[in-house]
Design a protein around this ligand. Sequence first.
Ligand code: MN
Ligand code: MN
Length: 469
Amino acid sequence: MVSKESLEALKYSTKDVYSHISAEKRREMLDLCDEYMEFLDRGKTERECVNTAVEMAKNHGFVPFSEKGTLKAGDKVYFINRKKNIMLAVIGSEDVEKGINIVGAHIDSPRLDLKQNPLYESNGQALLKTHYYGGIKKYQWTAIPLSIHGVCYTKDGEQVEICVGEKEGDPVFCITDLLPHLSREQMSKKLSEAIEGESLNILVGGMGVNDCEIDQSVKMNILNILNISYGITEDSFLSAELEIVPSFKAKNVGFDMSFVGAYGQDDRVCAFTALKSIFDVESPAKTAVCLLVDKEEIGSEGNTGMMSKFFDMAVLELVNKLDGGCDMIKYNRVIRNSACMSSDVSAALDPNYEGAFEKQNSAFAGKGIAIMKYTGAGGKSGSSDASSEFMHDILSVMDKNGVIWQSCELGKVDKGGGGTIAKYVANLNMNVVDCGVPVLSMHSPFEVTAKGDIYMAYKAYLAFYNDSI
Ligand code: MN
Ligand code: MN
C-alpha cells in the first residue's frame, strides 16, 4: 500500500513564509523591511537610488572602480553610469572565465515627467504640464499629494537639485479631479479614457505677484519664487529632468503590519534586496555583481538602460584589471559562463481581481520569492524563457539554502503581459531567469509587497551569490 506521506511527497506545493521561519528570523525580516522603507523614502528617482546605493556601498567597504589599480579576490568596487545606473562587484576567488553571478534590477519607476516647457497659467492658477513615463493608470494620479524631484541648470550653468514635497512642512502638488456632481459624462467613459494624458497637469500656484500689475501674474509669481529659491528661469526647464512622484512615505500595511505600502517598489524592492545581499557576500568563489539599471519601464532603451553598452564595458574593465588584460575571446567566455537572476517584481494574486489570474501558476503574497521561467505577452512574446537546465540549477540553490520560493507567470494567458531586462541580458549569451517579489497594485502610486517575500528575495540573492552556479 502506498502511504499518504509518500504520495504527498510527490506533489509540488508552495510554503507560506511566516509559518516556516523562526522567531529570530522574523525579527531579522522586520528589521530588513524597516531599512527597506527608509531606502524607499530616500530614493524616489533613479538618481536618488544611485546616490543612496553609493552611500550604502561605501559603508560596506566598496570603492570606485577607478581608484583600484589591479583587482584581487575579495575586492569590492562599483561603477556609476551617468548618475542613473550603477554596478557593484565583489571579486571572487575562482578564475573569472568560469563566469560571474549577476543580480540585475531596475531603479526607474512609472511616474510623471515635466514637459520641457511645462509652466502655464489658466484661470488664475499656475500649472505644470507633464508627460507620463512608463505604464500608468492615469486616474490613479489625480487627487493625491505629489512631490517634485530632479535636476536643472541655472543661467550660469550651475546644476541645481530640486526636491520639494518630501520634508515636513514642504508644500506638495496635485492633479485635481472633477467633482462627482459634474462627472456624469466622465463617469460614463472607459477607464482608460476618463483621464487624458494632456490633462495630467500639476497645480503649483494660485497667487499673483504682490503689488505689481503684470500679465499672467500667478505664473510670474511662481517663476519669481523659483528664481529666488534656485536661481533658475523659465528656460531652465528646457534641459531639466524633473520627475513628479507621490509625496507620501512608505507605510506598514495591515493590523499585523505584514505588508509594505509605498511608491516605486517596482523594482526598488529587488534593487534593495540585491544591494543588501551583495553587502553580505563573504569571499565568493564567483565574482558577485549587482547591476541596477534605468529605463526598464520604457523598454530598457537609452544609455542608462539595459540595452546600453555600460554593462559590457564595466565587465570588460573589471576583467582587464583582474587578469591584466581582456580580449573579446576572454570577455565572451566570461559572459557565456555567467548566470543572472533578472530580479523584477511579479504580480501577486489579488483577491479583488482573481479572474485575471490562473491560480495554479500565480504568485501569492507571502509565499516567497517568485521564480518566473518566462514573462512576455501573448505567445511569450518579449520573453527570454530560461532553459530547463538553468531553472533546475537555480531551484536547487534555493532549496539547498532554505529559500522559500514559488513558481509563477504574470497572469492568465492572453490577459496582457510584460517584459523585463531578462531578454537583453540573455542576448549577451548568458543564462538568465526572471525572479522577484510579488506585488499588489503594481505601477500604482501605492504598491504593496509582503514582508516575507522581501526577506526571501534577500535570502535568494545571497544564496545565489554564495553558492556558485
Ligand atoms: Mn519592473
Ligand atoms: Mn514595471
